[in-house]
Design a protein around this ligand. Structure first.
Ligand SMILES: [Fe+2]
Ligand SMILES: [Fe+2]
Length: 252
C-alpha cells in the first residue's frame, strides 16, 4: 500500500520510539465501537499523541520562523508547554486505567501536514484556527459525554483543556487579523494553506466522516476563541452539512 507520505511528500513523522506503531491513515487506527470498553483508552492514547504532535508543531514553528514577532514566538513557546502538559495528563490517565504505551497505532498527520506549510500565518490558520478550533468543538462535546458516563476525572481534565485550547485559537485569531491588516496579500497564503490541509486531511481520513458525525460546533467556545458571528454561522453550517453527509453514508 502506498503511504500517504509518499503520495504527498509529507515531512517524515516526528520520532517515536520502538514501542509505537505509526500508521498513515485513520482506517489503520484501532477504531472501536462506542460501547467497547477499549474506546476511551484508545482515545486517550491517540489524543496523547495528538497533543505531542501539537507540541512538536509549535516547537517547529519557533525554529522555522526565527524572525517572527517576539509576542508570537512567546505565544508558541507557551503553547508548547500547554500541549506537552496535555500529552502528559493523557499518558497518566491512560496508564492509570491499565493502558500500556504503544498498545494502539498512532497517526502523526498533524505534524506532517502542518510542518509542510511554508508560511507562519498558514500554519496558524491550519493548526490553531482549524484543527484546534475543531478540537474545541470536540472537547465541548466530550465534557458532556464524560459527565453523562460518570467519568468525572476525564470531564474535569477536559474542562481545563477547553480553556487552554480556547486561548490557543484566540491568540492565533488575533495574530492572523494583525498580520492581514498589515499585509492583506497574506490572505492568499492562508487560502493556499487551508486548501492544502483540507486535501491532505481528506487523504488521511479517507473520506470517512464518522469522527464528526456525533456533534456540531461549540458556539460558546468559538465565540470565546475570537471567531466573529458570521464565521461561527459558516462553521456551524459546514459542520451540519458534514454531519448529514456522514449520517447519510452510514445509513446507505
Ligand atoms: Fe492541547
Ligand atoms: Fe492547543
Amino acid at each position: 500500500m502506498t503511504s500517504v507520505a509518499v503520495e504527498n511528500g509529507f515531512p517524515e513523522s516526528p520520532f517515536r520510539d520502538q514501542r509505537f506503531t505509526v500508521v498513515d491513515r485513520w482506517d489503520q487506527c484501532a477504531n472501536f465501537a462506542d460501547d467497547d470498553p477499549r474506546k476511551v483508552l484508545e482515545f486517550m492514547h491517540r489524543q496523547m499523541n495528538e497533543e505531542m504532535d501539537a507540541t512538536e508543531c509549535s516547537a517547529r514553528a519557533i525554529v522555522d520562523f526565527p524572525d517572527a514577532p517576539w509576542e508570537v514566538r512567546m505565544f508558541l513557546a507557551r503553547q508548547c508547554a500547554d500541549e506537552a502538559r496535555h500529552a502528559l495528563i493523557f499518558a497518566r490517565m491512560f496508564q492509570a486505567r491499565g493502558g500500556k504505551l504503544g498498545d494502539y497505532p498512532i497517526l502523526n498527520f498533524q505534524y506532517r501536514i502542518i510542518c509542510q506549510i511554508p508560511t507562519l500565518i498558514g500554519r496558524l490558520a491550519v493548526q490553531n484556527r482549524t484543527f484546534e478550533a475543531e478540537g474545541i468543538d470536540a472537547i465541548g462535546y466530550g465534557i458532556d459525554e464524560a459527565r453523562a458516563q460518570g467519568d468525572d476525572e476525564l470531564a474535569e481534565f477536559f474542562d481545563g483543556q477547553f480553556a487552554d485550547e480556547i486561548m490557543h485559537v484566540r491568540c492565533a485569531n488575533e495574530f492572523i487579523h494583525e498580520m492581514l491588516a498589515k499585509e492583506p496579500r497574506l490572505a492568499m497564503k492562508v487560502a493556499q494553506a487551508l486548501s492544502f490541509a483540507t486535501k491532505a486531511f481528506g487523504q488521511v481520513v479517507g473520506g470517512d466522516g464518522t469522527a464528526v458525525a456525533k456533534y456540531t460546533i461549540s458556539e460558546t467556545g468559538r465565540r470565546e476563541a475570537g471567531f466573529r458571528p458570521e464565521e461561527i454561522k459558516v462553521a456551524s453550517q459546514l459542520a451540519e452539512d458534514r454531519r448529514e453527509n456522514a449520517l447519510a453514508r452510514k445509513g446507505g
